[in-house]
Ligand binder design. Structure first.
Ligand SMILES: [Zn+2]
Ligand SMILES: [Zn+2]
Ligand SMILES: [Zn+2]
Length: 279
């Protein structure tokens, strides 16, 4: 601890479901009709949070602005998120951006977006009303500032390392924050990224279902990644309705869990402004 101060760092899982969300509209399967709240999975997204010990307010960094963002933020006490980092530009991960307008009504400050060139292109296409002067503007248009993803970068209160991974054939990004690695929508980790995952303590990993899928890890593949990295704890996200929480979790090795909406995992105390891969 270079500064001599103590920090509280954590991840709050806003959503843990695949692109349809669980329950799936019209489905009567065991997961979709389950009374276990952990089987209700909104679209995968998370908040990284940090504060100095003793402070009342958290600093937030949102990973992806999914379709369920409004509901997720209301459920978690309406944190005033001003920074968003994007993994990739699939609908389930970025179609909630406009929900941050309500936050801007309160803070009157722009929302900072951290995005790869490909994600930025998608943002500028889908959210033309934010970027193009020729588009008729209503009241209360969201004001955003886009920042490039770098290998290591400061995103609001938090310093991140970008982790290049593959989602099928699509190159996308996971992120490392201290001893945490967040890898959603992942089906392949290239050789150059494995060293960036060294000493990971808390691994958040895509695990769609038991059956194989071309663009997501299934259970066996996700367990192979965990076996190689040996994190202290691993949490699965982006799960389909093939998985009933209590049934699957009973089958998992020690230290491996299904994440669920609203779950908070505490990370070690490290200065979120100083780069480290603290384990
Ligand atoms: Zn997804
Ligand atoms: Zn179902
Ligand atoms: Zn995706």
């Amino acid at each position: 601890m270079q500064s001599g101060e103590n920090f509280e760092n954590r991840i709050l899982f806003l959503g843990t479901g695949t692109s349809s969300g669980i329950p799936v509209i019209g489905c009567r399967c065991a997961a979709c009709t389950s009374s276990d709240p952990r089987d209700r999975r909104t679209r995968t997204s998370a908040l990284l949070q940090t504060r100095k010990s003793g402070e009342a307010e958290w600093g937030h960094l949102l990973i992806d602005s999914g379709i369920d963002l409004r509901y997720q933020l209301l459920r978690e006490g309406a944190p005033l998120v001003r920074h968003v980092v994007y993994t990739h530009a699939h609908v389930d991960h970025f179609f909630g951006l406009d929900e941050l307008r309500a936050i801007q009504f309160v803070t009157r400050m722009p929302i900072h977006l951290y995005a790869s060139e490909e994600v930025e292109r998608a943002l500028r296409t889908v959210y033309r009303h934010l970027f193009e002067t020729g588009v008729q503007k209503g009241g209360g248009i969201l004001e955003v500032e886009i920042h490039p993803l770098e290998d290591r970068f400061q995103a609001g209160p938090i310093t991140l390392e970008a982790l290049p991974i593959y989602h099928g054939k699509l190159p996308i990004h996971g992120f490392r924050f201290g001893n945490l690695a967040y890898l959603t929508d992942c089906s392949f980790i290239p050789d150059t990224t494995w060293p960036l995952l060294e000493n990971v303590g808390v691994l958040v990993l895509d695990m769609l279902r038991k059956r194989p899928h071309p663009t997501h890890y299934n259970l066996d593949q996700a367990l192979e990644v965990i076996e190689r990295l040996k994190p202290k704890e691993a949490y699965f996200v982006h799960m389909t309705h093939d998985l009933v929480h209590a049934d699957i979790e009973a089958e998992l090795p020690e230290g491996v869990f299904l994440a669920y909406d609203g779950l908070v995992v505490d990370l070690p105390s490290f200065d979120p402004h100083q780069w480290s891969r603290t384990s």
